[in-house]
Design a protein around this ligand. Structure first.
Ligand SMILES: Cc1ncc(COP(=O)(O)O)c(C=O)c1O
Length: 448
């Protein structure tokens, strides 16, 4: 073939779609040949807790049943296994302390997908044309904001405080958009409202109903979708999590509730689901038909057995205890290592569950991957996610650069303590470049 052949003419969408920033962090971790790097970056679940024995047993039982085993190895339907969708609806209603009838829901409102990410993407795809507006938290989940860029959406971000998205700012943002004649372009309000990725913050109970009322009051020309991403909902470590926003909506008009089996059970099964308004079911199924005409039927049969047998619920309880211990270890390590560091301008969130803590450093710090702090952290042997990745493309704002997302998902308590100590040394070295680190006999850096 001639070497001067011209290149492909990629679509505008392909050109807008960038590599996930986190890939670069995964690469760094993979190149850590001697295993000295502690990753407080990877948003993976705790490997030691993955339910290998349980899934082995459930798989054996499924395949021992000749008829059902073969059924599970056949293609399923685009919407997902009917019995699983029924079980999911009961499960979610139970979490919310309501009946499906009270929320005008039937199993037909549930769609199972290849992870909740697939549904976040498809729902956005069926609602948003390039130039349309999606309102998000500030900061937000970077895989979703990446999808927004890819789809050509324009972002309006709303600040958070320790009760989650500010409902006052949401209201004023919608009012401004109404005044400027842009309300008709607002299609979605997206929130990760439980133990948010990246901050760990949960939308307070009192703001949930209020947020729904605000969005409804601006849904005059068309319905604005509230996309409630509850991926971490089950991983609470301080008693029960609040009710979903969805549970306040009795007519199933405009809230989509997306959840997943990835965080509370196994990401390897890559199965998630969403509960949708009637009007959205067909357009979502039509898109999903073009993507894959149905997610792994086998994984769905395993998950159905896990849910029906109580294995799933038991596993969630194990995870809650495990992550609580690791969250506590993270907060303790932050207090011990950074508690006295410019306390007026250094802070971190106190998540009630999930996998993340968000660290804020004084504004002069730049946590970006090309900057001194990141290099100092690599030198000390710790990886983190720079906060700048978590700020979507809001034309009115600049990404904040003095934050760090830390995850306590993958590493154990000892490594968390050591990782935070290393990070604190990197912070102090960057604040005071005269301070050096030297190698201790163990091969770890210590301050001089
Ligand atoms: C906030 C949030 N939503 C959704 C997902 C998607 O998870 P999955 O597609 O595995 O269900 C993730 C995964 O990290 C996440 O952090």
């Amino acid at each position: 073939m001639s070497s001067d052949i011209s290149g492909f003419r990629f679509s505008a969408k392909a050109a807008r779609t960038a590599t996930q920033p986190i890939n670069f962090l995964v690469e760094l971790a993979l190149h850590d040949k001697d295993g000295k790097l502690i990753s407080l970056a990877a948003g993976l679940v705790d490997e030691q807790t993955l339910p290998a024995d349980e899934v082995r047993r459930l798989t054996g039982e499924l395949l021992a049943d000749e008829v059902l085993g073969r059924k599970a190895l056949q293609y399923g339907t685009t919407a997902g296994l009917a019995e699983l969708r029924e079980t999911i609806l009961d499960y979610v209603c139970n979490l919310d302390g309501v009946t499906s009838g009270e929320l005008s829901l039937t199993p037909d409102n549930v769609i199972v997908a290849s992870g909740s990410q697939q549904l976040l993407y498809i729902i956005t795809d069926i609602l948003v044309d390039p130039g349309d507006i999606v309102i998000t938290e500030w900061p937000s989940y970077f895989v979703y904001t990446g999808a927004l860029v890819s789809l050509g959406a324009s972002v309006r971000a709303v600040e958070m405080d320790d009760e989650g998205m500010s409902t006052d700012t949401l209201k004023s943002t919608l009012e401004d958009l109404k005044r400027s004649g842009d309300l008709e372009r607002v299609k979605i309000v997206y929130l990760c409202d439980y133990y948010q990725n990246p901050t760990g913050i949960t939308l307070s109970q009192r703001r949930r109903e209020e947020l729904l009322a605000i969005v409804r009051s601006y849904s005059t020309g068309h319905r604005i979708c509230i996309l409630e991403d509850a991926a971490y909902r089950e991983l609470s470590c301080e008693g029960p999590a609040p009710r979903s926003i969805k549970s306040y909506e009795h007519d199933n008009a405009q809230v989509v509730l997306a959840q997943t089996f990835s965080k509370p059970f196994s990401p390897g099964l890559k199965t998630g689901y969403a509960i949708l308004p009637d009007e959205m079911v067909e357009p979502v199924l039509n898109q999903k038909g073009g993507h894959d005409f149905g997610s792994s039927n086998f994984a769905q049969h395993i998950l159905l057995r896990a849910m029906r047998s109580g294995v799933y619920a038991e596993h969630v309880e194990i995870l809650k205890r495990r992550y609580k211990a690791k969250r506590d270890a993270t907060l303790k390590a932050l207090e011990e290592n950074l508690g006295d560091f410019e306390p007026e301008r250094t802070s971190w969130t106190l998540p009630g569950g999930g996998l993340y803590v968000y660290l804020t450093l004084p504004e002069r710090f730049d946590t970006g991957p090309e900057e001194d702090l990141f290099n100092a952290a690599m030198d000390e042997g710790v990886l983190y996610v720079p906060g700048e990745y978590c700020y979507g493309p809001d034309p009115r704002r600049k990404p904040e650069r003095n934050h760090i997302r830390l995850t306590f998902g993958t590493v154990d308590e000892q490594a968390i303590g050591e990782g935070v100590a290393r990070l604190a040394r990197a912070v102090r070295r960057t604040a005071d470049p005269g301070r050096r680190s030297i190698q201790s006999p163990s091969g770890l850096n210590v301050e001089s």
